[in-house]
Ligand binder design. Structure first.
Ligand code: PLP
Length: 488
């Protein structure tokens, strides 16, 4: 067939013919259905070596079309061995997450609709549902009215947008118009966070051109929480030196230990210096949905912005990061720019999501948050979160009562930091031993944990966040850990 002939044939059936599509959809649905029931049949951590997957994929794209069944065969045969199964009940690394059934259904529908929610007009339901779904989340978190929310891809981007808004909140700096380079009139703009804050704060400072040296890491206390007295002193010293305290990022649920910075005291300090307060509750925020954990977000109602990631501990597939601000007009001032081709008649009467960030195009992420909240209900979500915290509490109690094992930080939410520290072993030798324990457990394919360093020492982390994790999975991880420790 000539090139032209093939072209005309493609034009007859531009997408995949209906019969083939139906068979492929059925096959994918069957595969997903089985996977969600027994992802345990796979090793949780992929055992492949670097380059092993790429070596099996042709380095040139196929010239001719390939049948969907063959492509799906290759998905199973070539790619699955290189998947680390975040949706496995033995996944305890980083912050464990869940692609839940309502979330998976929503992702499929989102892909089929392929909506771009950049403007209200380009899909009114996407914008209006986003406003509703984030407002549901606000209420679930126990926050007062007056917060405006949008959904971004990640907490990293949300934090960067929040810090850009903090900068815009100082109109006298005129940075949107004049930039920062080559300006002798600009003081150093300082952003404060705890020494345990996520690296996304540093990256946001770097990206915004504030200079990494202006990301100030405030020491934490014995329980890894930012010390407001030190914050206050560091901000005062900066003012004394002619620097401008721009913003504070408080963390509710730090990455290493889940510690919670004292937001009420931090907000008080911020008020003295006129600094913006952004709260990174991307992991632990959902705990506030559990009635007896409402205090998790104490003081946040006096902050300027907040990030909570439904894609972490709220059973929503990657990616879904809820950004809230009490000052949406400032965020909009930082980012709104409407070229002629995006002007619409109703733009003054509606929310156009493109006005609240860098990106123009936006996925219909609200669909999955809405479906997750409806399918589990607020009380069902609270029950599931409570169960995760109870499992973590049990695991922590096993560690505490086992000779030679210690908790390395207070158990927070669904996260436990611990370490094998047999008496008589030096700290350095214990570090190496814990690394070996971690590697052995992860090599087993039955559980996957990650690590951090606390006070310079290697510490194991077990984070519970997958809906399918039961006590037996946590018990198996504990068994594997003790066996690995015995192997030395
Ligand atoms: N903030 C905290 C406290 C985190 O633990 C993480 C990631 O684990 C992030 C921010 C970054 O999240 P994202 O991957 O959504 O950018």
């Amino acid at each position: 067939m000539t090139g032209l002939g093939r072209y005309y044939r493609a034009m007859d059936t531009p997408d995949i013919p209906a019969r083939d599509r139906r068979a492929a959809l059925d096959r994918v649905a069957t595969w997903i259905d089985r996977y969600l029931d027994d992802s345990e049949r796979f090793p949780v951590l992929s055992p492949v070596k670097p380059g092993q997957i790429a070596a099996q994929i042709p380095d040139r794209p196929p010239e001719a079309p390939e049948p969907l069944p063959r492509i799906l065969d290759d998905f199973e045969r070539l790619l699955l061995p290189g998947i680390t199964h975040w949706n496995h009940p033995g996944f305890f690394a980083y912050f464990a997450t869940t692609g839940s059934t309502p979330g998976v259904l929503a992702e499929s529908l989102m892909a089929a609709l392929n909506v771009n929610a950049m403007l209200w007009k380009t899909s009114p339901a996407a914008t209006e549902l986003e406003q509703r779904a984030v407002d549901w989340l606000r209420q679930m978190l126990g926050l007062g009215a007056g917060w405006f929310g949008v959904i971004n891809d990640t907490a990293s981007v949300t934090t960067m947008l929040a810090l850009a808004a903090a900068r815009e909140a100082r109109p006298e700096l005129d940075i949107r118009r004049r930039g920062m380079a080559g300006r002798a009139d600009l003081p150093s703009l300082r952003v404060y966070c705890s020494e345990h804050a996520h690296s996304s704060v540093d990256k946001a400072v770097i990206t915004l051109g504030l200079g990494h040296e202006n990301c100030v890491h405030v020491p934490g206390d014995d329980a890894f929480r930012m010390r407001p007295d030190r914050l206050d002193a560091m901000m005062a010293a900066d003012v004394e030196a002619g620097r401008l305290p721009l913003a504070i990022v408080a963390t509710v649920g730090t990455t290493s230990t889940g510690s919670v910075d004292p937001v009420p005291a931090i907000v008080d300090v911020a008020a003295r210096f006129g600094a913006w307060v952004h709260v990174d509750a991307s992991y632990a925020g959902p705990a506030a949905i559990v009635p007896e954990c409402r205090e998790t977000l104490a003081g946040v109602d006096r902050a300027d912005s907040l990030v909570v990631n439904p894609h972490k501990w709220l059973f929503t597939p990657q990616d879904c990061s809820a950004m809230f601000t009490r000052r949406p007009e400032v965020l909009k001032r930082a980012f709104s720019l409407v070229p002629e081709y995006l002007v619409t008649g109703e733009q003054d009467a509606v929310v156009n999501l493109m006005d609240y960030g860098v990106q123009l195009g936006r996925r219909f992420r609200a669909l999955k948050l809405w479906m997750v909240i409806r399918a589990f209900g607020v009380s069902g979500i609270a029950d599931r979160l409570r169960n995760h915290m109870e499992l973590a509490r049990r695991f922590a109690s096993w560690v505490e009562t086992e000779p030679g094992w210690v908790l390395a930080a207070p158990r927070m939410f669904s996260l436990v930091c611990f370490r094998h520290a047999p008496p008589g072993l030096s700290d350095d030798a214990a570090d190496a031993l814990n690394q070996r324990i971690l590697d052995r457990v992860n090599d087993s394919g039955r559980a996957y944990l990650s690590h951090t360093k606390l006070r310079g020492r290697f510490v194991l982390r077990l984070a519970i966040g997958n809906l399918r994790t039961e006590e037996r999975h946590v018990a198996e991880a504990w068994q594997l850990l003790r066996e690995a420790a015995q192997a030395g």
